[in-house]
Design a protein around this ligand. Sequence first.
Ligand code: NAP
Ligand code: HSE
Length: 420
Amino acid sequence: MKIGILGLGTVGGGVVKILLDSIGRNPILSGIKIVRIGVRDIGKVRLVSLTGNQLTTQLGEIVNDPEIDLIVEVMGGLEPARSLILQAINNGKHIVTANKSLIAAHGLEILALARDKKVCVAFEAAVGGGIPVIQCLQKSLGANRIHKITGIVNGTTNYILSQMAHKGVSYDKALADATAQGYAEADPTADVDGIDAAEKLSVLTLVGLDSWVSSKKISRLGIRSISEKDITYAKAMNCTIKLLANAHLRESDNLQLDVQPYLVENAHPLASINDAFNAIFIEGEPIGQVMLYGQGAGEGATASAVVSDIINIASSTATWQNANAEPDQAKSISQEINSNFYIRILTEQKATAAGAIAWSFGDFQVAPRAIQQQIIDEGLLEIVIVTELVLKTKLDGAINSIRGLPYVKEIANVIPILKA
Ligand code: NAP
Ligand code: HSE
């Protein structure tokens, strides 16, 4: 099989290294030949040794080259990646991509064209780095009705939260470290604001729940609002704060999707996933619970997933319809969560503050399970409330009412709790 690669950065470099050093790996790899590699800057120093005129800035030539059977897209971004992939498919070439943004935005268009042209589009590396979650959902768990996927799918935010919780590192330093280690996106806003996790959730929902939801429709909240205080309270409650991506098929026609920080009870397997590791907790019938765990980002892990797609296509274990080109688009999307919540409120130092807040919750049928308060500064009181199970919309009503109380200075955080 002859391949062309679009991009030779972190992931592309890792893919080339594996393909040029195939001994001891799957024997199929010795039959894979890299014909051309497209880059933006041909003069850049590269850490992989290439021959002759393998490098080019003319990416169109690669997707139009009749000698090439399969295109590996590891350049990132929406354009020109989308147009190049569509052109390659039109030319009858298989596609392997690591580009979650592209699949989350244009997956339907790409898969539909691939179906028409009877070529494979594989995107194992789009979610969970080296974790084989896509193939697992498509094939290994194919006998199951999947109804819930809960994932730590962004390595950068998990690294930041782990560093803050376990090493007392500041948010800014942890983000700088994650960037230096190659985990973060070119614009880390995509990581810390939950955009990357929402895109991955869109891909997981497509593969695991056979439903198409654009990531733009997924309710998301990132980790910027998580303070050292929240982490300290979480520890005291035997919880760990994690950015989770959730897809829950509640009824056959209703999907609850959200990306946001959760206080995860330490007895839950997801609570122990640290640093840039990812884990995806899958619940299905009849299998029950399965958790996949591994390196969620970085050169080696991501290249491993890309190359596994190449192997599957080269060995014909992938059929052309390896992802449904016609997933369900009709399900109603719900942002509603039914959960216990942790709420941290700052008020003026008033003896009646906690009582009045509890009263306001009562007005909205929100039952506090526990309330604690402490003076954190002169004249400033911090009140932390854990609620009984409540619908988020109901809680929002109570929070809005509490925000209006004269001595309430700030609703510092409202975080759902994931029970073990
Ligand atoms: P990267 O290091 O920035 O590399 C991008 C490569 O694409 C570079 O070689 C660049 O060329 C080339 N490129 C970009 N735009 C181009 C254009 N318009 N024309 C020609 N060449 C272009 O990115 P990466 O980290 O490898 O990520 C690649 C993809 O994998 C992205 O979709 C990313 O989301 C996904 N991914 C990455 C990771 C990870 O851990 N890094 C994990 C999972 C998925 P130059 O070298 O000349 O600049
Ligand atoms: N920025 C992404 C992350 C890279 O931190 O998970 C892997 O997709």
